[in-house]
Design a protein around this ligand. Structure first.
Ligand SMILES: [Zn+2]
Length: 224
């Protein structure tokens, strides 16, 4: 299915809690997403049941290959030591809306595919994740600078500018720059590449007192 050298794909088959029935636990797990997802939580659970791994790949194989090819292209920017070589699609409802990394593996919740079915959102998720990879590649000077900028953005209450989900083409629940410097870095890394115009327009509404700070954040993630 994939050309040699492409990121390999593995599948986490831990799936749901039994077909056809929506448990209170399942419903509760999705509550925090209620206002942020385009369909009702019960429908999300139904979608998980409709697309167990074997049916998922028949339906979304093309999009999975798109993600895999994108990973390969991002890998070429980070070199083998930091490359992500395995893509794992996570089919567990418990990890709805999650994407992350473990060692050289990148995992993405299957919900990203069947909920949005939008390559822009997949591209943003991937760009954000490679933002984290680039963050890990920073030297100590750049890390200290990122820490300092994160604190300054916090003091100025400007994290909202860097929440991926507030921009078009991102999952609405995406981005939590307030968590730590790596999250700010990854969100800014994504937004400057996929939503530069929207970012610029929003910066235009911010007090010019903060112009220099915002420019430093942009410069930090643009150079890499
Ligand atoms: Zn992140």
């Amino acid at each position: 299915m994939l050309a040699p050298g492409c990121a390999s794909i593995s599948t986490d088959a831990t799936h749901g809690n039994g077909r056809g029935e929506v448990t209170v636990t399942q419903r509760t797990q999705l509550e925090s997403f209620d206002s942020l997802i385009p369909v009702a939580p019960d429908s999300v659970i139904a979608l998980y049941d409709r697309y167990p791994p074997e049916r998922f790949y028949a339906r979304y194989g093309k999009q999975v290959n798109f993600v895999s090819a994108l990973i390969d292209s991002f890998n070429s920017t980070v070199g083998p030591a930091f490359a992500l070589d395995t893509l794992s699609i996570d089919h567990a409802l418990e990890r709805f809306g999650e994407a992350g990394q473990s060692g050289h593996m990148l995992f993405i919740s299957s919900s990203y595919f069947f909920l949005f079915n939008d390559v822009h959102i997949l591209r943003s998720v991937l760009t954000h994740e490679f933002g984290h990879v680039h963050y890990r590649m920073l030297d100590s000077v750049a890390l200290r600078l990122t820490d300092r900028l994160w604190t300054q953005v916090q003091d100025a209450a400007l994290f909202y500018l860097f929440r991926d989900g507030e921009y078009s083409g991102n999952a609405w629940f995406g981005g939590h720059p307030q968590d730590n410097p790596s999250e700010l870095y990854a969100s800014a890394y994504n937004l400057i590449r996929n939503n530069p115009e929207e970012l610029r327009v929003r910066f235009g509404y911010v007090d010019t007192l903060h112009t220099s700070l915002l420019k430093q954040v942009v410069d930090l993630v643009t150079q890499r």
